[in-house]
Design a protein around this ligand. Structure first.
Ligand SMILES: [Zn+2]
Length: 118
């Protein structure tokens, strides 16, 4: 593919929209997401700064993931020492497009607040 056609495809390619519910905005520079530990089931809210921790997918990063923004974060809860490694892709409004969470899973804000017992 030549340079011009690649540029053109980058301009016209639309990024997928994310699913709401997995993130909560907190002020102008804060974003919460929520993970659950595979080992002890602890539900852990994680706050990241949109200004420093979340990166925009642009330039050489643009084609490496489906999001407009992405973050990579290692989380350790308070109940066990398992390191949960989250790689999350967001759309332009910080809704989650794709999440890869090692040793845990991404949960919604609703699931965070739900009681553990059925
Ligand atoms: Zn744990």
């Amino acid at each position: 593919m030549g340079f011009l056609s690649k540029l053109f495809s980058n301009l016209t390619k639309s990024k997928p929209k994310g699913k709401p519910g997995y993130t909560t905005l907190d002020g102008p520079h804060g974003l919460w997401f929520y993970v659950q530990c595979d080992k002890c089931d602890e539900k852990i809210p994680v706050r990241v700064r949109t200004t420093s921790e979340i990166q925009r997918r642009e330039g050489p990063e643009a084609d490496l993931g489906p999001g407009q923004y992405f973050v990579q974060k290692t989380i350790v809860g308070s109940r066990c020492y398992q390191r949960i490694e989250a790689a999350i892709e967001f759309d332009a409004r910080y809704n989650v497009v794709e999440a890869k969470v090692k040793n845990g899973k991404l949960i919604t804000h609703k699931e965070l607040n739900a009681k553990d017992e059925p």
